[in-house]
Design a protein. Structure first.
Length: 242
């Protein structure tokens, strides 16, 4: 078993997940980068401090295999960052049941499956951190995202509270991070006019950087954050003040 802390980050091939996983490695963690995109994962240079696993977070078998692979390599899992997510801007009337189900399956069911798979291990260790990448969309409704995305992100916040309450006595904290507009490859898909309007409404006057979100996750994963659980951390440039 390694002495270093061990983390699993989903959706880690690019964007926020990649920044979070890299930050944890930089901080001395052993990190398993999980993603459905094998090609992008392959491009990640990883030494002894990292491993990669191709898996779809909505597939229970694939999730179980990742957890097993990490435990057999490093003997424990202390941090889980449920970051994998998909987002569509489809207007309500045009959302097919198939698209609705897929968004819920990846964003919400994936978070449930991975959390369910690591919790027994974290409780045995009596130390764990689960961090869920939710969204402003799950708090305040859409900036540009569809109803399915917003509903999945709101669902994550309720799930986070259930997990936090049930694990609080076991040394396991569960928290959510709610970004609004962060500069990732996903953002490049937003119509530039829509994006400009969005940026104009952000009090700090710019979009956020993935490294800024990674720094918050880094703190929540640390020893110092042991008294924080069941909380949602806004990181949105002041877009939502509450
Ligand atoms: N970028 C933002 O402004 C923003 C704002 C709010 C919330 N978020 C949330 O942050 C998370 C990351 O967003 P991002 O902007 O980095 O997105 P992104 O699309 O750049 O990266 C998402 C990653 O998740 C992976 N992924 C998708 N489906 C998967 C699956 N089924 N199994 C495993 N991996 C899968 C993708 O391959 C990709 O590498 C998402 O949950 C998103 O909802 C992002």
């Amino acid at each position: 078993m390694t002495d270093a802390r061990v983390a699993v980050v989903t959706g880690a091939a690019q964007g926020l997940g990649r920044a979070v996983a890299d930050r944890l490695v930089q901080g001395g963690f052993r990190v398993c980068y999980v993603d459905v995109n094998a090609e992008k994962l392959d491009a990640i240079e990883h030494g002894a401090h990292a491993m990669t696993a191709v898996a779809d977070v909505s597939d229970p078998q694939a999730v179980a295999e990742v957890v097993e692979a990490v435990l057999s390599r490093w003997g424990k899992i202390e941090v889980l960052v449920n970051n994998a997510g998909i987002r569509y801007e489809t207007p309500l009337e045009a959302i097919s049941l198939e698209e609705w189900n897929r968004v819920l399956a990846v964003n919400l069911t994936g978070t449930f499956l991975f959390s369910q798979a690591v919790l027994p291990q974290m409780r045995r260790q009596r130390w764990g951190r689960i961090i869920i990448m939710s969204s402003y969309g799950g708090q305040a409704g859409p900036l540009t995202s569809g109803a399915h995305y917003c509903a999945s992100k709101a669902g994550q916040l309720a799930l986070m509270k259930v997990l936090a309450r049930m694990s609080a006595q076991d040394g396991v904290t569960v928290n959510a991070v709610a970004p609004a507009a962060i500069h990732t490859p996903e953002m490049d898909r937003i119509d530039p006019e829509k994006l400009a309007r969005m940026v104009a409404s952000i009090p700090v006057g710019r979009v956020g950087e993935p490294e800024e979100v990674a720094e918050l996750v880094w703190f929540l994963a640390s020893e110092a954050a042991g008294y924080i659980t069941g909380a949602t951390f806004d990181i949105n440039g002041g877009l939502l003040m509450r």
